[in-house]
Design a protein around this ligand. Structure first.
Ligand code: SF4
Ligand code: SF4
Ligand code: SF4
Length: 500
């Protein structure tokens, strides 16, 4: 076998004084890093296989393990970084595309961190959310330009809406890319917190039909698992055109992940590759998109909102305007940091634009065209905490999707190896041995706790601004100021600089 030039990425250090040779680490690491040396009667490591998922570190009963970056010094070179050198070694060995999981990790600016929120002082007094009612209720769907009230009631029937108790939903993650226990955790958490999870393009497993009232069912280019029962099972429908982690390309779930349950749920043969084409083969224009939107509405008796998910790309505002005019009830925009089960590394890291710019541009364009009320805006692809949610809403979003944050709540340690199917935390895997590592009851509790914690923090931030309803913050960019941004960036975001 030819010599590999690849060096380890991580170094696993074991404190021999603390190690009791229980072999927990050996059983827990699916990558086979730890092994027992019978001759020397001690545990050993194969550092090269470590992906830095921390499973062994967390579960070692004596705290004997530490994982560090492998100390490998190249001559200082700002252009040829270790990542690029490793990529070339790997491609020279395999001749293949580099694949990865999770979102873009390049050091592009994070614009959420260049925006700060306002707070009331003296005038417009702040509100104490512990003492006064605060409203986070959010409705997603088309709104009429004006409403008529007769006898204290709405005179006309509103278009179908999704009702959220908090403006946060779990973004599309398919059964197949993540385990059934992970999907169940999110479904249960969505029900407990009055929000929604999204099936992604993998269909709806029969065990999840009971969560229909908290489900958005997705229709993607592969049409996996789509039939009338599926469409009717959800509270809303989302047509997936694009994804922030891999705009412009489709998906590929390898046959080894298509076991009996994934096969039945996706309605594809056992063990076959699930290929999602890059485009929908029946959509080549906004008119074609309109046909699909109305076919789905027709199929569900016009009782469910139908949205369209796109990746944040250069002309996102014009596309969103077309989507609104095509009759969509909501547009979901996925920024270039959005996560994925598997994506080509170069696409993930180099295609698309930050969600902050995409959101500001879309909201501004829809307002300018007088059609903002016709479509709700949902954004995802980088929301890390409650302050990001509040900033997104002040920039113009109606609600946000969280994906990576939700998986971190379930135990993900961002090792970015989701594409291998060997997730030590039982999340991005279909391996029957590994999936048992995520207990859906515990997962649901953790994901629901995250939503509740963020809801409390959002109320605190709103109260500080003297606002008692999230509705009053939507698109209120006066509540934002920019720090460290140039004139052009401030102008695209539509905000003033701090101090102005
Ligand atoms: S889990 Fe910890 S104590 Fe057990 S063998 Fe591994 S390093 Fe030693
Ligand atoms: S891959 Fe994960 S479980 Fe295995 S040694 Fe590395 S950190 Fe530990
Ligand atoms: S889901 Fe699993 S494989 Fe993917 S980044 Fe998280 S811990 Fe790693």
């Amino acid at each position: 076998m030819a010599l590999s030039l690849l060096t380890p990425m991580f170094k696993v250090e074991r404190d021999e004084e603390l190690c009791i040779q229980c072999k927990v680490c050996m059983r827990q690491c699916v990558n086979g890093v730890h092994w027992y040396d019978e001759e020397e009667d001690r545990m050993r490591c194969d550092h090269k296989k470590c992906v830095g998922c921390h499973r062994c570190v967390v579960l070692c009963p004596t705290g004997a393990l530490t994982v560090k970056k492998y100390p490998l010094e190249f001559r200082e070179n700002a252009h040829w970084t270790l990542d690029y050198i490793r990529s070339i070694y790997l491609q020279a060995e395999t001749g293949g595309i580099l694949l990865t999981g999770m979102g873009n990790d390049r050091p592009y600016p994070v614009y959420w961190d260049h925006m700060v929120l306002n707070a009331s002082q003296v005038t417009n007094p702040s509100i104490d959310p512990l003492r006064e009612p605060m409203e986070l209720k959010t409705y997603l769907g088309r709104k009429p330009k004006a409403v008529e009230i007769k006898n204290g009631k709405l005179a006309e029937k509103l278009p179908p809406q999704l009702e959220l108790d908090v403006p946060i939903m779990f973004s599309a993650m398919s059964f197949g890319s993540i385990s059934l226990n992970a999907v169940k955790s999110l479904a249960q958490a969505a029900r407990e917190t009055g929000t929604f999870f999204n099936t992604g393009e993998g269909g709806l497993h029969r065990d999840l039909y009971e969560y229909g009232a908290n489900t958005i069912v997705q229709v993607a280019s592969g049409r996996f698992g789509v039939d009338p029962d599926y469409l009717k099972a959800g509270a809303g429908i989302e047509i997936k055109i694009g994804q922030g982690a891999k705009p412009g390309i489709g998906g590929h779930l390898p046959g080894e992940k298509v076991g009996p349950e994934v096969s039945a749920t996706r309605m594809i043969p056992l063990g076959s590759d699930a290929i999602s084409p890059a485009p929908h083969h029946d959509i080549y224009s906004i008119e074609d998109l309109r046909q699909l939107i109305f076919s789905l509405k027709e199929a569900t008796n016009y009782e469910k909102p139908v949205g369209v998910k796109i990746a944040a790309v250069h002309n996102v505002a014009a596309i969103a305007s077309g989507i609104a005019r095509a009759g969509a009830d909501f547009v979901a925009i996925d920024g270039f940091r959005g996560g994925t089960g598997a994506a080509p590394l170069r696409t993930r890291d180099n295609v698309g634009i930050p969600i902050e710019f995409a959101l500001a541009a879309v909201d501004e364009r829809l307002r300018r065209e007088g059609i903002r009320n016709e479509v709700s805006i949902v954004v995802g692809g980088s929301i890390r905490n409650s302050a990001d949610v509040v900033k997104a809403i002040a920039l113009g979003a109606d609600a946000v999707y969280i994906g990576t944050a939700a998986l971190i709540a379930l135990g993900c340690h961002l090792c970015q190896k989701c594409n291998t199917g060997k997730c030590n935390w039982g999340i991005a895997t279909q391996d029957p041995y590994l999936v048992k590592r995520l207990n859906p009851e515990i997962g649901a509790r953790r994901a629901a706790n995250l939503i509740r914690a963020w809801a409390h923090e959002i109320k605190e931030l709103l109260g500080g601004m003297g606002i008692n309803a999230i509705e009053s913050l939507r698109g209120n960019r006066l509540m934002l100021r920019g720090i460290g941004l140039n004139e052009k960036e401030l102008s695209i975001l539509g905000i003033k600089a701090a101090g102005e």
